[in-house]
Design a protein around this ligand. Structure first.
Ligand SMILES: [Zn+2]
Length: 607
């Protein structure tokens, strides 16, 4: 398994306590490029540019922290120079001196920390007199350099991933400008031919920022228990939760708040509220927190922030907002997540080791359609590794009028709930606006009376034998206090309807399905007509399937359908489609008789 950009940290309780990078002020970073005997940077300036950026608005590590900290931190990076030229420490070690084969379970190479120690010490020895003496590299006066990063060109001996990491390396008292070293961020740049590509710096930028966040004292927010089990609490909404290396992702408001970079005021009274984007540079007005009476101790609460999609990633250029979100999320809006302060990332060591624990043991989890406390189960999403719940519908984990997700109440999908599954009944967020310069929403502790109900279909016309269809009611206003409904059919010998609104077609004829709101007795109807079965077999692909389910069954019905017993999807025998999650894909479904004399096909696109 090849994992470029995998970010790991060397991490222990002591090391967290020793994290000494000041959380505000003007910091100066010492950044050292290292080549080994068997490696070479083809364009070392690209690493410098990725870190420092040629201009004040460049997509760079230094500017990232200005944005992420809302101006509380500025970082200026310094590279060893000889005259005006960048100095690269070229060391007589080879890549295999530093890493040894890991296990297949982790898919990464193991670090040989003693060898790293030697390499770093040797590098410091070569560069120690090549930094300006009039720069304050020790803002908090603890006699340690605030930030030291090593950028290592490395040649992996096979397809295993080489982790970047953060750790404490005292380096036997080595110093630069009289200041010692402890916090060390290490970035590995790799190519299989040993030559590091010209855009390596840009490619690694998100991982660099992730590792430096560790040096600020933030732990790990993705879960790693041997591949392929990954639990990504907030995924691309948080640089600490994501394994991707580009584009550049901001930390969540929750973590920015923990570092004191932004304020997260609490909402307690009903009203309309407005948020600015995470990238707005504001320390206030970018996130709110809401407590619930469902957890009187206040250990669990909701955080809401506004994340504005920035367009394509920084490598591709044409960037509207270089600090944009991952292309996989495809949108801007409110991100609503639960904070469970009983846990802290996976630092506590009590992180989820099974899919069924993701909700109950995660500090952070983003609410999105289909996610409920009981919906833990699912199939492995095609060839994608990782557990379903971690990825489930993350591409829809934001709310705005632009995408039709305008409410988050006890009656919506998703609805607010606690780690133990308790439904939160005193948080009503509704009337969420479009995602523009700002985004606004209504908040109240209680809902209102039902005004009306409607159905997504007002008529259904099918041939007998067609599979079930689901009706979905919409109750208005969307912050109605009581969202439950009952269902009935005017003729159960034509069609029946379940308590969930699933209509089954049982006989030829017509009838009416009625939905009635529990509160207010409002009704809506759908007329159903069931005609004779088709005269020939027809392939019936479920056009409605539950959110989060990633297998789509199909069947045949009509006269002679019983003769078609062999099913194929894209030429391979199967009775269901297993699409890649989130990717629209085309499928050819084929049904044929055992003797091959009858064959029918149909084509579907799964989104
Ligand atoms: Zn990490």
């Amino acid at each position: 398994m090849f994992l470029i950009g995998l970010a790991l940290s060397v991490w222990s309780g002591t090391q967290i306590a020793k994290a000494q990078v000041p959380k505000n002020g003007n910091l100066n970073q010492i950044a050292i490029l290292i080549e080994l005997q068997d490696t070479k940077f083809s364009n070392p300036q690209s690493i410098v540019d990725a870190i420092s950026g040629p201009t004040a608005s460049s997509v760079s590590l230094d500017n990232y922290f200005k944005v992420a900290s809302a101006g509380k931190v500025t970082i200026q990076s310094h590279f060893p120079k000889v005259g005006n030229n960048l100095f690269i420490a070229k060391l007589h070690y080879t890549s295999s001196d530093l890493f040894e084969f890991g296990t297949e379970a982790t898919g990464v190479l193991n670090l040989k920390s003693e060898a790293f120690n030697m390499v770093f010490k040797a590098a410091i020895e070569m560069v120690k007199d090549k930094f300006p003496t009039n720069v304050n590299f020790d803002l908090n006066n603890d006699n340690l350099l605030d930030i030291v990063s090593f950028h290592l060109a490395i040649k992996p001996p096979n397809d295993y991933g080489l982790p970047s990491f953060y750790g404490n390396f005292p380096l036997d008292g080595a110093t630069i400008n009289g200041k010692g070293i402890l916090n060390v961020v290490v970035h590995t740049y790799q190519e299989t031919d040993g030559i590091v590509k010209a855009d390596a710096g840009q490619k690694m930028l998100s991982v660099m920022c992730h590792e430096l966040m560790h040096a600020f004292g933030i732990g790990e927010y993705y879960y790693f228990e041997g591949l392929p089990l990954w639990h990504l609490a907030l995924h691309q909404w948080d640089v600490m939760s994501s394994g991707v290396s580009m584009p550049l992702l901001l930390p969540s408001a929750h973590l920015r708040g923990r570092l004191g970079w932004i304020d997260i005021p609490e909402i307690t009274t009903a009203g309309r509220y407005t948020l600015y984007p995470a990238t707005s540079g504001r320390t206030n007005g970018v996130a709110y927190k809401i407590l619930t009476n469902a957890d009187p101790a206040g250990r669990e609460y909701i955080v809401i922030e506004y994340r504005r999609y920035g367009g394509l990633n920084a490598i591709d250029g044409g960037v509207l907002d270089p600090w944009g979100e991952h292309h996989g999320l495809n949108g801007s809006g409110l991100v609503i997540y639960k904070v469970n302060t009983n846990f802290e990332g996976n630092n506590t060591g009590v992180y989820p080791r099974q899919e069924s624990e993701v909700i109950s043991k995660s500090e952070l989890i983003a609410y999105r359609p289909g996610l409920t406390p009981t919906q833990f189960d699912g199939n492995n999403p095609g060839e994608m590794t990782g557990c379903v719940i971690a990825y489930k519908n993350l591409e829809r984990s934001f709310f705005s009028a632009d995408v039709g997700r305008t409410a988050f109440t006890p009656n919506t999908d998703p609805y607010p709930f606690l780690a133990n599954g308790t439904r939160i009944n005193d948080i009503f967020i509704s009337n969420i606006s479009s995602a523009g310069e700002t985004i606004s929403f209504d908040f109240s502790r209680t809902g209102v009376n039902v005004n009306s109900v409607s159905l997504d279909k007002t008529s259904i016309s099918v041939r007998l034998g067609k599979g079930d269809q689901k009706l979905t009611p919409t109750i208005l206003p969307e912050n109605a206090a009581i969202g439950s409904v009952t269902w009935s059919s005017s003729n159960n010998s034509v069609a029946t309807v379940s308590a969930e609104g699933v209509v089954s077609f049982v006989g030829v004829g017509s009838c009416t399905i009625t939905v009635t709101t529990t509160e207010g007795n409002k009704t809506a109807t759908c007329s159903v007509t069931v005609a004779d079965p088709p005269a020939f077999p027809v392939i019936d692909v479920a056009d409605e399937y539950p959110l989060g389910v990633i297998t789509i069954p199909f069947r045949v019905y009509g006269v002679g359908a019983e003769k078609l017993t062999v099913f194929k999807v894209n030429g391979v025998e199967a009775t269901e489609i297993k699409p890649h999650q989130g990717q629209p894909l085309g499928y050819e479904i084929e049904a044929s008789s055992a003797d091959g004399k009858i064959k029918i096909t149909t084509h579907v696109i799964v989104k």
